[in-house]
Design a protein around this ligand. Structure first.
Ligand code: ADP
Length: 263
């Protein structure tokens, strides 16, 4: 890869003549570029559901559909697309909040067993539908952190373990204390991630299989959010995956740390 630097040129007049100053603006350019890429991806992501919602609504309004079942099917498709867009907006809001350097969050003591059970409750329907079973080993421990952030971490990892699994698959959730850290592990025996994609899955809008992600309501932002939330809490992430066999993501969060908290 060729690495370009960008310079801004300033001209100053001196009694002995003029001087040119070059200031390296590579970092500013890069962040501008990233913002542009992000907005163009978001618009692109919005276009697909909007086009399909427009198409189905026009058909329904035209009054040409007489079959009730067909009509319902179209309404279901509209609902799916609306849900996808709403997921996307929630994820974008979460990311933009995390991007704010002065983010202050409320820290509360959380019982991890309750936290995991609350998250799992939201996925019960999805798991029953796909005949996916879950095994959990959650230590009876309390973690002091932001409730929304910890739920989001678990939620994003667990929903991926379901979305990228096979019918009849298994998910393991383990939470334990190790040294001065809380370790959260979510493992599945699903489709796995090809090696060449593993280093990219934490990037915004990176998907191994776009069709599958969209069909399952994925936004392509789940793991980018996981990465941000983990960094915010001074933790780290470890990904192990074998294509065709399964995936394990381990998040380690220090139990004692200095965060900007609302007192
Ligand atoms: P998405 O909304 O598409 O699920 P994520 O950021 O959560 O977005 O994940 C990015 C991509 O990484 C997914 O589209 C999928 O291809 C892959 N991926 C994430 N988790 C898993 C998993 N547990 N098993 C297999 N592939 C996964």
């Amino acid at each position: 890869k060729i690495h370009h630097n960008y310079y801004k040129c300033y001209i100053s007049k001196f009694p002995f003549g003029i001087a040119l100053f070059f200031v390296d603006v590579t970092a500013v350019k890069k962040s501008e570029q990233m913002r542009e890429d992000f907005f163009s991806s978001v618009s692109h992501e919005m276009k697909t559901p909007i086009t399909s919602i427009r198409g189905y609504s026009e058909l329904l309004l035209a009054g040409v559909i007489t079959d009730e079942e067909q009509e319902k099917e179209m309404l279901r498709k509209i609902l799916t697309q609306v849900t996808n867009m709403s997921n996307l907006i929630n994820d974008i809001l979460m990311l933009s909040r995390l991007d704010n350097d002065d983010l202050m969050v409320e820290l509360v003591p959380m019982k991890m067993r309750t936290c995991v059970d609350d998250v799992l409750e939201n996925y019960e329907g999805m798991m029953v539908k796909e005949n996916i079973t879950i095994e959990k080993e959650v230590e009876d421990m309390t973690y002091v952190g932001n409730h929304q952030q910890i739920s989001t971490l678990l939620s994003n990892l667990i929903s991926n373990a379901i979305k990228y699994n096979n019918p009849g698959g298994k998910i393991f959730v383990r939470i334990y204390k190790e040294n001065e850290n809380m370790v959260m592990e979510v493992e599945d025996n699903g489709i796995g991630i090809p090696e060449k994609d593993q280093k990219h899955v934490f990037e915004r809008f990176y998907r191994v299989d776009k069709g599958r992600s969209r069909a399952k309501g994925g936004t392509g932002l789940g793991l980018a959010i996981v990465k941000h939330v983990t960094a915010y809490n001074h933790g780290h992430i470890h990904l192990e995956s074998t294509f065709g066999k399964g995936t394990r993501i381990t998040i380690t969060l220090p139990l004692h740390q200095h965060r900007k908290a609302i007192q």
